[in-house]
Design a protein around this ligand. Sequence first.
Ligand SMILES: [Ca+2]
Length: 270
Amino acid sequence: MIQKKIKNFITVALTLSFSATVCIAAINGNVEKNGVSGDYNQVIDSKTQAPIRSADVSLPSKGYRTKTDTEGRFSLGAKIDAPTIMSVQKEGYKPFSLTIDSQSAGKPLVIGIEKTTPHDIIIDKDMYHIGDDNYSESSANAADFRIKAIGPFYTKNFNIKSLPQEGDMYLVIGSVIGIDTKMARDMGQSRVTTSYATAPQIYFNGNMIAELNLNGDNQQIKVPRSIIRQGQNQLTIKAGKNLFQTAYVDYDDIEIINLFIESKSKIASD
Ligand SMILES: [Ca+2]
């Protein structure tokens, strides 16, 4: 049997430019087209390549949810017409998400997910819509806003039982869509031409650690060790504001999923 494989990595991250404070790392998931075994999507272990059964695959904004079969295969039973966040969750693995569009959803997706390590701190695996539910149809990914807004900010208290002895700590944001900053507009991520918004701001224990200027997957933000506590910590994400609406405050509506903390030594060993 001739097995011909065309393999290419999703270049979502590569098409984004780096903002001053946010480093966008290469994405774990890769797209693989298998011309022999047929066209199907699959979830595998990124290290062993073994298929992962009973993983939860969902498109939260479309209310679509399925599980992988014994061969790790799944299908997306929803029409993808605009960038949409896909989530993959499996006990013992890091929560994974990927922004897919009609083009990437049209090809078989092979998603490699990684086992969690003792130092991974998962803050939240759910999807949130931050903003006020008032947005332009031409906003970056406005078509996907099906989840009701939680308000202009997200905040969560979480516990860190033991801090790693050394290494840099990074807050990882699995996926974010809907950011309508000038940079996002200039990069072609937003079709809003008449206005733009300030960037959403990320606060860790009350300190602003980053502004998110671009949409994308797997954005990593360094968290200074000096502001991380053993015990209770707090993460807050504030929506940006439309700079061209003066009659009232119009928050820039975004959707965000998968918030966790990794240590640099772990990233380097991958
Ligand atoms: Ca708004």
